[in-house]
Design a protein. Sequence first.
Length: 380
Amino acid sequence: MVQWLRVQEVAQLFTRLGFTAFGGPVAHIAMMHDEVVKKRHWVTEQDFLDILGATNLIPGPNSTEMAVHLGFKRAGWWGLFAGGIGFSAPAIGLMLGCAWAYQRFGSTPQGEWLLYGVKPVAIAIIAQALWKLGKQAIKGKFGIGLAVFNVVLSLLGFHELLLLLISGLVSLGKKLGRQLLKTNQTLGITPAPLLLFLNATPANFSLGWLFLMFLKVGFFLYGSGYVLVAFLRADLVDRLGWLTDQQLLDAIAIGQITPGPLSSTATFIGYLLAGVPGAGMATLGMFLPSFLFVIALNPVLPKLLQSKSFRTFLDGVNVGALSLMTVVTVFLGQSSLVDPLTIGVAIASLLLLIRYQVNSLWLVLGGMAIGLLAPLFPVP
């Protein structure tokens, strides 16, 4: 009975947070800390920091994985599912509703002007995330050089997952010395079936392939939820042509006005491609790895946290992820910053985010207002 009461507590708390957690993963985690450490005393400060460190070692949306970990800590296996589902379900439901509205009204004049004002704000939010994460991840001349190296590899067309692997190995090689690089283990780390899967391209669209595309993203989403943009553009826009840059940026922009993890963008895109079944398959593929990683790695994560070599490898992976974000942000910026007004909105939003730390929700609402008012004051 006590266990089920705890499961109910977990479900209620994380569902409420799922409806109110605006502002990105940093804000989400701060809200969780306030609830489970300060107010409810479910875990100690050290436990919370250990769980936070563990989520940084595995792919997937950090805030969702924190909800999964904390739910498990409080109420066992049922708490694990109650926390993860409770936190992500509100965002998924809201994104499904937004996708329905987008398909019906997104091409109307009002819808187009609304997105016209929101998209430059979305670019600014991604750029601000790059700035904050870059200051933490890119350290010294080696970090800068590794980032430039990754940008060049991305522009040369290297597969994004191979780029992350190379970046991690270069970082690890610097730590361990030349001997590691001479062992010629680079290809051995990535098994042949995985390489085949990375390069596999479906001949036609299907729900099965949609699930696999998002499953791949869920398994390799390192660094930040905004790295999602790089993976989705590489697969769904460049390789498969299922989406346009405009649709992808619209999905990310709309994701800024809904609470919860940005990964719920998968629901939006799945709906655009195949209605409710597509939304279900994309969502399942995107979020399933988070649960699987926590379940499978929970017993060994404390040891991984103590491994300096593993941390060094992930430091390199994070630099690679930020490099991918940089390249994709530039490409998407070309399609959203189309005139002096949108450029001005993006610059003003970026300054407000970095200098005054304005909540991104208010900036998105401001962008929506500017977009709706823009037709009334045409620029000559």
